[in-house]
Design a protein. Structure first.
Length: 150
């Protein structure tokens, strides 16, 4: 059952993501969608980061599953940063829409590092996971520093 759940989540999320930009009836829907995707990504990344830092016991299987889920969820939020989604309950800075190409570049870098993390976690090599967590976390911080309100 545990193996089926991440797969079912992934398939469902992929179906949603492919038509995400067309399905938002209101800007608030897009904001909620991207916040949810980012939350899922963050929660799963944090599990792996806690193991890498020694704050949680290392479990190779759990690390691989969490990293894979974080990698997948990391693909979802970007279509929800469309026109009109800069208002409401969001910590997104206006610079996202003024510098959209740079913002997308940061998102692409994060996704590339998240993919490396998923591969490292799949290997079960804790040293490789530590290196990948550091690199991935760095891309998150760079984007947050530039584009997220505190």
């Amino acid at each position: 059952m545990k193996k089926i759940t991440p797969f079912a989540l992934a398939v469902t999320a992929l179906a949603i993501a492919t038509s995400a930009s067309a399905q938002f009836a209101k800007p608030d829907d897009a904001v909620r969608y991207r916040k949810s995707a980012l939350f899922v990504m963050q929660q799963n990344f944090s599990r792996v980061a806690a193991m890498a830092s020694g704050k949680a016991p290392f479990d190779a299987k759990s690390a691989a599953e969490s990293a894979a889920t974080a990698e997948f969820a990391g693909r979802l939020p970007w279509s929800a940063f469309g026109e009109g989604t800069d208002k409401g309950d969001t910590r997104a800075k206006p610079e996202i829409w003024k510098e959209h190409a740079k913002f997308q570049e940061y998102a692409d870098k994060m996704q590339a590092e998240m993919s490396k993390l998923a591969l490292a976690a799949k290997s079960g090599n804790l040293d490789a996971i530590k290196t990948a967590v550091t690199a991935t976390g760095g891309t998150c911080k760079t984007c947050h520093d530039a584009y997220r309100k505190e």
